[in-house]
Design a protein. Structure first.
Lengths: 112, 115
């Protein structure tokens, strides 16, 4: 299937540190999306990427759509306590833009 | 500004019981989705609907049925609940703009326990 492999599974960092997580797939994706989920809530979109090679920022967040269209990364700079949560990559497979698959998530803990 | 509304928020079922999870969106989106979320496994797609009147299977459709009642509503039905269906269920909707860009909006989830 169109599985997304996300790593790392979890991260424990100090406030102020930078964070990097990534997602890979054996299939080509048309779109890469990064979501954050807070406890008891649904995921909320952070960044959307639509073109291979695209590099997009949203405040302290930066994400890139890999050239091969099979990978993406998300960086968070100067982490703060409210960055705590689960981060998911997601994407629309090339063969079907109506389908949307998720990675298993990266659980981020930020120590003050 | 309701966005995506799911009901109920919590439910406990006995094995073999049936129930329907309701989802409605007020953003006039064509695409709607049902996911389940289990610890360490992210969100897995159960079914999706690209437009009113169409539904398609996702990764884990077994044990579920769906109905796209109209453009606003997309329901998920468990005919005979099993403990393996204990999970948090999320509904989402999305729409592609003219540039082909899409963003999915999620409901707050339904926490289902099957005993």
């Amino acid at each position: 299937g169109q599985q997304l492999n996300q790593s790392p599974q979890s991260m424990f960092i100090q406030e102020g540190e930078d964070v990097s997580m990534n997602c890979t797939s054996s299939s080509i994706f048309n779109t890469w999306l990064w979501y954050k989920q807070d406890p008891g809530e649904g995921p909320v979109l952070l960044i959307a990427l639509y073109k291979a090679g695209e590099l997009t920022s949203n405040g302290r967040l930066t994400a890139q759509f890999g050239i091969t269209r099979k990978d993406s990364f998300l960086n968070i700079s100067a982490s703060i306590p409210s960055d705590v949560g689960i981060y998911f990559c997601a994407g629309h497979p090339m063969y079907n833009n109506n389908d949307m698959r998720f990675g298993a998530g990266t659980r981020l803990t930020v120590k003050p | 500004n309701a966005g995506v509304t799911q009901t109920p928020k919590f439910q406990v079922l006995k094995t073999g019981q049936s129930m329907t999870l309701q989802c409605a969106q007020d953003m006039n989106h064509n695409s709607m989705y049902w996911y389940r979320q289990d610890p360490g496994m992210g969100l897995r797609l159960i079914y999706y609907s690209a437009s009113e009147g169409t539904t398609d299977k996702g990764e884990v459709p077994n044990g579920y049925n769906v109905s796209r009642l109209n453009k606003r509503e997309f329901s998920l039905r468990l005919e005979s609940a099993a403990p393996s269906q204990t999970s948090v269920y999320f509904c989402a909707s999305s729409e592609a703009d003219r540039a082909g860009n899409t963003e999915a909006f999620f409901g707050q989830g339904t926490r289902l326990t099957v005993v």
